[in-house]
Design a protein around this ligand. Structure first.
Ligand code: B12
Length: 344
């Protein structure tokens, strides 16, 4: 290709072009585009963060706005993964630093952000063991004993996985391996990460690269090591999860008549929303942070409204869970804060 026609990350319309390619499931087109950018002199880091990461963020927005279906989002993510793999195949770096294990916590399926992290660290000279999505804590610890890494990078993108993140962080530290945490599940500025005992937190892959290169292991880390944060209310909600969801579904059918005409798919997604209400409530109780729940309610409200579900349905759903938790003051306060948001 001639120099004049080289592609650059600053080309007008480039990001929209990549988004269309992943949206149309055009694997070859997406791989060709990132390869051309690499040939044109763009760094693999910028392509991963700005182009692929940026497109994924747009995919999330399009899904939330009901413009893209779940299937289209899944297909797009698969193409982004292919583009990432193509970049990785073109960039070999001899390991010159330590060894890092990268894993998503138990029940966490957002593997792509950690794949980006893995590639960024590999390009910076780390030897990377990438374990991917949904890694159960005990298996992670076995892996640490077998491979002896210098650091574990643990991802939590959804706050409902925080109790599992806490268990994993505690187990890694007990095995003598420091933990850097990341992903939006750890809250604004990663504020739950230290609370749950992580040695460090980074907002994104670029920050993690700097953090691990310059100041690792952290000498002055002062994690608040608490073996178990869940109190009686958290335990009650987790133990009674199925009953809380079933009973809330029944109450919702009585109090929100439109639901009686729902088809099976609508009923399934309502049950899923109800399960999320209970799971986010449990997470908020676990770390004593109402904001985990109110952020979730605000987000769900937007998602439901984009799908033509009126706010009253969510409000009734929240009330149906709250009605079963009258004797639990912290849960009641959190649910009240959530309901207040929907009433605005
Ligand atoms: C693709 C996707 C999925 C895919 C994931 C497939 C895969 N292989 O990764 C699937 C379909 C599995 C999925 C499922 C769900 N998802 Co989703 N998903 C997304 C989406 C569209 C893209 C994620 C992504 O790749 N982002 C691109 C990366 C580059 O973004 P990033 O966060 O900036 O990444 C950086 C940081 O996170 C950080 N980082 C991440 N981990 C770590 C770890 C360490 C140690 C460090 C240092 C840094 C770090 O570094 C990354 C690179 O710089 C996002 C939208 C979005 N805005 O991200 C939603 C999103 C994350 N999902 C969301 C939701 C709600 C869900 C579901 C609950 C949906 C449902 N109803 O079932 C489930 C939960 C599944 C689970 N239990 O994990 C919400 C979360 C909202 C919230 N309340 O927090 C989002 C934000 C969508 C939205 N706009 O609302 N999802």
């Amino acid at each position: 290709m001639s120099v004049a026609s080289r592609r650059s990350l600053d080309d007008p319309g480039l990001h929209d072009e990549f988004l269309s390619l992943v949206g149309e499931g055009d694997e070859y087109g997406a791989v060709e585009l990132v390869t051309e950018l690499l040939d044109g002199g763009a760094t693999p880091q910028r392509i991963m963060i700005d182009l692929i990461g940026g497109a994924q963020t747009r995919v999330g927005e399009l899904w939330a706005a009901n413009e893209w279906s779940v299937a289209r989002e899944h297909a797009a993510t698969a193409i982004s993964e292919r583009a990432l793999a193509a970049l990785a195949a073109r960039t070999n770096v001899r390991p010159s630093r330590g060894r890092v294990t990268i894993a998503c916590v138990d029940g966490e399926w957002h593997a792509l952000p950690t794949r980006i992290l893995a590639e960024m660290l590999r390009l910076d000279g780390w030897r990377v063991d990438f374990l991917g999505a949904n890694v159960p804590g005990p298996h992670l610890v076995t892996h640490l004993h077998q491979t002896g890494p210098d650091v574990v990078a643990l991802s939590c993108m959804i706050a409902t996985r925080l109790p599992r993140a806490h268990a994993a962080i505690t187990a890694c530290r007990a095995a003598g391996v420091p933990v850097i945490a990341g992903g939006r599940g750890f809250g604004p500025g990663g504020r739950y990460a230290q609370h749950l005992g992580a040695d460090a937190w980074a907002a994104g892959a670029e920050e993690a690269v700097l953090r691990l290169a310059r100041n690792w292991p952290p000498h002055n880390s002062d994690p608040q090591l608490s073996a178990f944060l869940g109190d009686e209310e958290y335990t009650y909600v987790v133990r009674n999860r199925p009953q809380l969801i079933d009973s809330a579904m029944r109450q919702l059918t009585e109090r929100y008549p439109a639901m009686r005409d729902y088809n099976q798919r609508q009923l399934d997604s309502t049950a899923e929303d109800m399960a999320h209400i209970v799971d986010f409530l449990a997470a908020a109780l676990y770390v004593s942070e109402t904001q985990i729940f109110t952020d979730f309610v605000a987000w769900t409200d937007g998602v439901l409204q984009a799908r033509g579900v009126p706010p009253v349905a969510l409000r009734v759903g929240l009330e149906a869970v709250q009605a079963q938790l009258r004797d639990y003051p912290a849960a009641t306060a959190i649910l009240t804060a959530g309901t207040r948001l929907v009433n605005r």
